[in-house]
Design a binder for this molecule. Sequence first.
Ligand code: CA
Length: 479
Amino acid sequence: MGVHAASAAQKPNLVVFLVDDLGWQDVSQPFWTERTAQNATFHTPNLERLCDEGARFTQAYAHCVCTPSRIGILTGEHPARTGVTNWTLRKDTPTDAPHATLTPPNWNCNGLQPEQGVDRSYSAPTLPQRLAKQGYETIHVGKAHFGAAGTRGAEPLQLGFTKNVAGHAAGAPASYLAKDGFARSGSDPIWNVPGLDAWHGKDSFLTDVLTQEAIALVSRAIDERKPFFLHLAHYAVHTPIQRDEARIARYLAMGLDPKEAAYAALVEGIDDSLGALVEFLRARGALDNTVIVFASDNGGLSAHARGGTPHTHNAPLRSGKGSAYEGGVRTPFAIRWPSVAAPGSVIDAPCAIEDVFPTLCNAGGADASCNYGQDLAPLLAGEKRDRDLFWHYPHSWGATGPGISMTSSIRSGDWKLVWFWDRAECELYDLSKDLGEQRDLAAAQPETARALRNKLRAFLLESRAMLPVRKDGIAIAMP
Ligand code: CA
């Protein structure tokens, strides 16, 4: 019997293992044809094993900042449609940095909300709501960052989760250290990680604490013979890049810059978490009836706060988090799914973070309807898919760097076109020959550029995407 036809008692358990800000090169498992120097720096044997036992995706994409990707997992909807095109924090308070010539649109800065009728907020059932209806225990552990503080959407329990540990409005922890109470004196308390009071004062690191909390809740679901959906969304490897003393020695001994050594230790922490979860499921006899999706919510941070040269950490990809270039949006992605994903398989088809939604809805026997995400199971079975992907980021992120601008973009076949709203110009790259987006072919290939601009414009109109406005009052130019 296939997974899709399984009876309620045999429903597969579903896990989204989401890492924050993990770059395409930030792991020892290559998601490319080559093993790079960065791959050799990081130590993620549990992810390597997950890929050996499942499928890895070489062209998986998220959005360039946190919240749009996170809402994509929960809804299958593109941010151009939900209006949550940037990261959220406080009610009715946009997080945009100022821009010299453009004003950002009046985007949905409150994020995902359970209410009907709020302007442009999403009102169809979320992934956990749909799975709960199928008898699932729906467990959120870690960083939520779905809705702004002071709104109902800040609380995962309002969005369909039956359990929530440590998730709220903020997208970063004040501190990873339990001895600090996951808080930092002098910092705005909005960043304090909630709900972990029993750990305060102990000598524990946040990543390990979240792993233990997740395993305890999963253990209870197994005891109660309930299928579970675990959304284990680590705060790591987001800033602050703090030292994980239990793991940093290896990287200091390698001679890494101290900040990069701390970053690599954060990465190893999430890999240890993955390993602990998998081993727990194996020990409980639940592993082979569990689908595990490994993902990151945006490209690796490279504009600031890292050691070494800015904008180089995702090489051969250009730039990093916040950018329309590949470094900002291409991410590590893998699925372990016995009976569906052949061990060691490699999926080269481009796919989007929103695809997690219909994939897991279908796996759990729930309604999978949505406007943007597509089920990944057929790809795992060998289907070829020719599909365009889109991004819409009409915002000033704050940090500056290559491709960090008000942009919308499209990937179609091997081509990638980025539209810069302030310049009213596009850039065009052939990713099959120029993965690093160094040779702009917009002038040399005008027909291709025109075709992609037409597709991008049509997508933005069809999605009712909100656009930036020129401060001089002249109508903004569409792609
Ligand atoms: Ca992120």
